[in-house]
Design a protein around this ligand. Structure first.
Ligand code: CP
Length: 313
């Protein structure tokens, strides 16, 4: 299929075919990343601004490296050293950046909807790198890429997302992507962080962690998003860990071929024990590796790339 989008704002509005186009294109870029010369000229002459107004390690570095690999000119905007600190609005900041003839703005922001707002206000292509508790589309795409690469397909798999669902943008984007691609999604965690309203997105909700992990092909762990919680949602981290954390004993009660995923940053000893994070079934660092190819694919397609067949062999 052809890709006609100017922006990547969410997974909710993507069709299954569009998601598959990104994944197929990312597979071609992963092969490029395994060559001696990893750089291609696809974005030569184009300018990308990385507008990160909220902290990030993986997403920011992954976007920056993917832009370098595509030969783009890059501006890394540092919120702490910017005139946002003097009261300049996001709209004015973006319009000033665009006055420098930018082509792409990659934005991470604590406000849900900030990328959608920018897409209405400016002419550049906008890519959502995580907006509040709303969506994190490139994380979901790299998660789908990793599952597909390891399991061959996504349709029919049992995927359990375990942890703080309520405040997680990764959970929302993953739920959209997984259900569109035919997976069976189970959500589990404390009832205060996994409201039954999520069933309306086509998921199953359970508060029984043993039942949630027993038949799972994939267990995707989420950290507690303290930065977005305005009140205490459970008694203590120790209690959370003993009731919902994935430890070696619990891992022993899962399918032998289960994959353990986590978008990072991980909180060892809370939602995941070190023995699980670093075990052979963990694909947490593979997710990071795959993020590079996925973000190259997204930039390539938004720039008018024609899918995997357009990636130089
Ligand atoms: N997965 C993820 O978004 O990590 P960062 O916050 O480090 O970018």
């Amino acid at each position: 299929m052809t890709w006609n989008r100017k922006h990547l704002l969410d997974i909710e509005s993507l069709s299954p075919e569009e998601i598959i186009t990104v994944l197929d294109t990312a597979r071609a870029f992963k092969a490029v990343g395994e060559r001696a010369i990893k750089k291609v000229p696809a974005l030569r002459g184009k300018t990308v601004v990385n507008l990160f107004v909220e902290p990030s390690t993986r997403t920011r570095i992954s976007f920056e490296l993917s832009e370098q690999r595509l030969s783009a000119d890059i501006i890394n905007f540092t919120a702490e050293a910017s005139s946002l600190k003097k009261g300049e609005t996001l709209r004015d900041t973006a319009r000033n950046l665009e006055a420098l003839n930018t082509d792409f703005i990659v934005i991470r922001h604590s406000a849900s909807g900030a990328p959608h707002f920018l897409a209405r206000e400016i002419n550049s292509s906008v890519i959502n790198a995580g907006d509040g508790a709303h969506e994190h589309p490139t994380q979901a795409l790299l998660d789908m890429f990793t599952i597909r690469e390891r399991k061959g397909q996504i349709s029919g798999l049992n995927v359990t997302i375990l942890g703080d669902i309520l405040y997680s943008r990764v959970a929302r984007s993953d739920i959209w992507a997984l259900t569109k691609l035919g997976a069976h999604v189970t959500l589990c965690g404390p009832s205060t962080l996994v409201p039954r309203e999520f069933e309306q997105m086509g998921c199953r909700v359970t508060y029984d962690v043993e039942e949630a992990i027993r038949e799972a092909d994939i267990i995707n762990l989420l950290r507690i998003q303290h930065e977005r919680q305005r009140k205490t949602m459970f008694p203590s981290l120790g209690e959370y860990s003993s009731l919902f954390g994935l430890n070696k004993a619990r891992l022993g009660r899962t399918k032998p071929e289960v994959l353990i995923m986590h978008p990072g940053p991980i909180n060892r000893g809370v939602e995941i024990d070190s023995q699980v994070a670093d075990c052979g079934r963990s694909v947490i660092l593979e997710q990071v590796t795959n993020g590079l190819a996925v973000r190259m694919a997204v930039l390539f397609l938004l720039n008018g790339g024609k899918g995997p067949q357009g990636v130089s062999p």
